[in-house]
Design a protein around this ligand. Structure first.
Ligand SMILES: Cc1cc2nc3c(=O)[nH]c(=O)nc-3n(C[C@H](O)[C@H](O)[C@H](O)COP(=O)(O)OP(=O)(O)OC[C@H]3O[C@@H](n4cnc5c(N)ncnc54)[C@H](O)[C@@H]3O)c2cc1C
Length: 456
């Protein structure tokens, strides 16, 4: 394997200028320098009521955020979980793909969820029903006494020096403020850390491109067997359609004869932190899925003649955006040598699973730094990769922790991000318990208690 270019492009965001005091917090937000919106600014001034005071505030209710909230609450912290969508689960529930459960290889929450959820073995995959997952997560949060607030986007922070005091939210209730001793950014995109002015990287070192995004479709009325790749592409080509994701795949749904999840799209050059790119990709995705369904119905023969589109999404799936700078930055060298750490909170065995960044129908740049699918020696993620380098009481969990693109390609898998959430949640609660910031926690003590929680 050749050595990646280590001169990574580093991006710095401007934090909103925010003051704190009394019963309400004044937010002064604006576009950050260099934003796609252009050069002109409007300033938003509003007093945000402080609606909650908690020990640990988790922003983002995907696999890592759910794990963080549960481990923080189970460790005794008053915990709140904010989620932008009307349900928890992130990619587990929001993208329309339902085989992302990794309970057999891990203990802790991965195993707990696996064994509490009706999971069906279909073609070597553990498949669950998305509604089952949503309801299970609701139940688990209620059991652990996590305050869940849905329909709520975390938009900015109040920061003073090296500390954040809490998070501004935007929702139907307006702009509000939630005060917290420790904030965990589990938004996938590192929205909170970016708003706090933390340093981050995004995309490949040499051109900033990220992995493609995918919109799934759910179809009904199919009479054939699960299928993948060439045979499906041939049908589509007979209908004059060239799918943007050539290894087209159908994932069966347990207990729902004829219902399949269709993976047939991938969009390149999309920045998952740019709402205009996301809007374009959603609309294009729906168009492409409709084209696929039409082509299958008209040219697929007997098995396909009654198929219909049940739904798309709910939302497009984003694989890669910001990687926030932490106290330790995991690199492909760590994966190559099987790095271990005395604050290692998770052992990762997954190889780097990087979806091709370049459109398969166009020629890829030559001399890519390393093979996107290279094998790793089992390596550990240190707790320090979950603690923001620039803010002492801000942690990250999930795919936005500190690492290079190769490390992200490996630890982004669902089972692994749950492990980062468990560690962030417990560490945040321990810091609150001891009246210190997570950055001052002794890593080995966190690891010991984490092991007990996961196996207890
Ligand atoms: C299309 C696709 C297919 C995949 N396939 C696999 C697979 O087969 N196997 C596998 O192991 N992994 C797979 N992955 C990877 C894995 O699912 C993700 O890496 C993982 O879900 C990341 O977890 P997370 O908690 O960091 O982020 P997410 O799952 O993205 O969750 C983030 C949550 O935060 C919420 N949020 C975001 N911003 C805000 C905000 N500002 N305020 C409040 N809430 C916010 C989002 O709505 C979301 O619920 C796939 C990913 C995608 C996109």
């Amino acid at each position: 394997m050749t050595r990646p270019d280590l001169n990574r492009r580093t991006f710095l965001t401007a934090a909103a200028a925010i003051g704190i005091g009394g019963r309400s917090v004044r937010a002064v937000g604006g576009e950050s320098e260099g934003h796609q919106g252009g050069g002109d600014f409007q300033t938003l001034r509003c007093d945000a009521p402080i609606v909650r005071k908690v020990d640990v505030l988790v922003c983002g209710g995907g696999p890592s955020g759910c794990a963080a909230a549960l481990y923080a609450a189970r460790s005794g912290a008053r915990t709140m979980l904010l989620e932008n969508l009307p349900f928890l689960g992130g990619v587990w529930t929001a993208v329309g793909v339902s085989h992302l459960i990794d309970g057999r290889r891990h203990d802790g929450l991965n195993a707990e969820i696996h064994y509490r959820l009706p999971v069906h073995q279909v073609f070597h995959r553990n498949i669950y029903l998305i509604e089952d997952m949503k309801c299970l997560l609701d139940d688990m949060m209620a059991e652990a006494d996590v305050q869940v607030q849905l329909h709520t986007r975390a938009v900015s922070v109040a920061r003073e020096g090296r500390l954040v005091h809490g998070v501004f939210t935007a929702s139907k209730s307006g702009i509000e403020f939630i005060e917290a001793a420790v904030v965990i950014d589990a938004t996938g995109d590192g929205d909170i850390a970016a708003a706090a002015g933390c340093e981050f990287q995004q995309g490949r070192a040499f051109d900033g491109q990220t992995q493609p995004v995918t919109l799934f479709g759910t179809i009904g009325g199919y009479r054939g067997q699960p299928a993948k790749g060439r045979e499906l592409v041939e049908i589509l080509e007979r209908g004059g359609w060239r799918p943007s994701y050539p290894p087209v795949t159908l994932f069966p749904q347990p207990g729902q004869p004829g219902v399949f999840q269709l993976m047939a799209t991938q969009f390149y050059g999309i920045d998952g932190t740019d709402v205009r790119d996301l809007s374009r990709a959603e609309i294009l995705g729906r168009y492409e899925i409709r084209k696929c369904v039409e082509a299958f119905r008209q040219h697929g023969g007997e098995d396909w003649k009654d198929i219909y589109l049940i739904s798309t999404g709910p939302a497009i799936g984003v694989r890669e955006t910001r990687r926030i700078a932490g106290r330790y930055h995991l690199t492909w060298e760590d994966m190559d040598r099987g790095a271990g750490f005395d604050d290692g909170i998770a052992e990762i065995r997954s190889g780097s699973n990087i979806h091709p960044v370049d459109d398969p129908y166009e020629s890829a740049p030559e001399d890519l730094p390393a093979s996107p699918g290279f094998r790793v020696r089992p390596y550990q993620i240190p707790l320090r990769s979950l603690i923001a380098a620039d803010v002492d009481n801000l942690m990250m969990a999930g795919r936005c922790i500190s690492g290079d693109v190769y490390a992200l390609g490996s630890y982004r898998l669902t089972g692994n991000v749950v492990r980062t959430g468990e560690a962030a949640g417990l560490a945040a609660a321990m810091a609150v318990e001891d009246g210190i910031v997570p950055a001052d926690l002794p890593g080995p003590a966190v690891v010991q208690r984490l092991d007990r929680m996961r196996t207890g």
